[in-house]
Design a protein around this ligand. Structure first.
Ligand code: PNS
Length: 159
């Protein structure tokens, strides 16, 4: 079992693509939503988890959970040692490298597995999608339909 951690504010089709591909390697994946993210999130923890549940509801091999505190402690509680992260363009590399080394320093047997994103999602992120959505930009196709709907509600406009 792999743990796929993140802020997921909100989940995007890029995240879902990594998840689907990871399920061809791991027998199950637990999406672990960070409760104490340093970022100010648009969606509450409950909302973020609900959107993930809705977007993955037909997949019995996907579990949705949340965690407080250190990721490595959560991973240990789940009795695994595999962290899954998606990697986009070069800009992700430094942060991901730093985080995986810190996690390994904190717990020696942690293995972070990186999957390269599909080229379709190379330049998308929750942050850029939120920005476009906040100005009424068309984000259909970049996020699950339910997320598209919730973003429109949050930013207070119709289609
Ligand atoms: O989707 P994100 O925001 O890139 O995810 C980052 C996340 C939540 C995986 C990372 O910030 C994290 O693991 N936070 C929990 C605290 C922790 O263990 N940090 C890493 C070592 S200091």
């Amino acid at each position: 079992m792999a743990i796929y951690p993140g802020s997921f504010d909100p989940i995007t089709n890029g995240h879902l693509s990594i998840l689907r591909r990871a399920l061809t390697i791991f027998d199950s994946v637990t999406i672990a939503v960070s409760a104490n993210t340093m970022k100010n999130t648009l969606f509450t923890l409950e909302e973020r988890m609900e959107l993930i549940r809705e977007s993955t509801k037909n997949d019995k091999k996907v579990f949705v959970d949340s965690f407080h505190g250190l990721l490595v402690d959560y991973v240990k509680r789940k009795e695994t040692n595999v962290i899954l992260r998606g990697m986009r363009a070069l800009s992700d590399f430094e942060y991901e490298f730093q985080m995986s080394l810190m996690n390994r320093k904190l717990r020696r047997n942690i293995q972070t597995i990186f999957m390269m994103t599909d080229y379709k999602w190379l330049y998308t992120s929750s942050t850029i999608i939120k920005e476009a959505a906040s100005y009424g930009g068309a984000i259909k196709g970049l996020v699950p339909d339910i997320v598209c709907q919730r973003l429109k509600e949050k930013y207070g406009y119709k289609s």
